[in-house]
Design a protein around this ligand. Structure first.
Ligand code: 5GP
Ligand code: ZN
Length: 111
């Protein structure tokens, strides 16, 4: 299967790892909307977060850990958690992923 994020999970394409566990892998977005913009993806290939009942269940604990980790490491005040599911939502990579974006109260628009 020709999937960019499967290749990242396999290590065939390099990425800057933020976190990983049995179910999920998290890495910095190559074109960040914010400093620390991280993508959390399931290791298994599914096209988007709505593909079955389990995807968001698998991703949930990892998304929470990554959000806390970004707050601790980067001193962020808050995070945005976003998942585009379907082309019309803006999804461009069709392997499920959650964007975790650290935010700062004094500079919410930093890129
Ligand atoms: P989407 O628009 O599908 O919700 O988000 C896909 C994200 O994947 C984009 O923010 C894009 O910058 C990121 N991305 C695309 N190709 C790569 C890549 O090769 N490496 C990394 N780290 N991120 C990528
Ligand atoms: Zn994949």
């Amino acid at each position: 299967m020709d999937c960019l994020f499967c290749a990242i999970v396999a290590g065939d394409i390099g990425s800057k790892r933020v976190y990983e566990d049995e179910a999920c892998f998290a890495f910095l977005d190559i074109n960040p909307w914010q400093v620390g913009h991280t993508l959390v993806i399931p290791r298994r290939h599914v096209v988007d977060a709505l593909a079955d009942d389990e995807v968001l269940v698998e991703l949930g604990p990892s998304v929470a850990r990554v959000g806390r980790l970004l707050k601790e490491r980067l001193g962020a005040d808050a995070v945005n958690i976003v998942s585009n599911a379907g082309a019309a939502s803006g999804q461009e990579v069709f392997h499920a992923h959650v964007h975790v974006l650290p935010r700062w109260a004094d500079n919410p628009g930093v890129a």
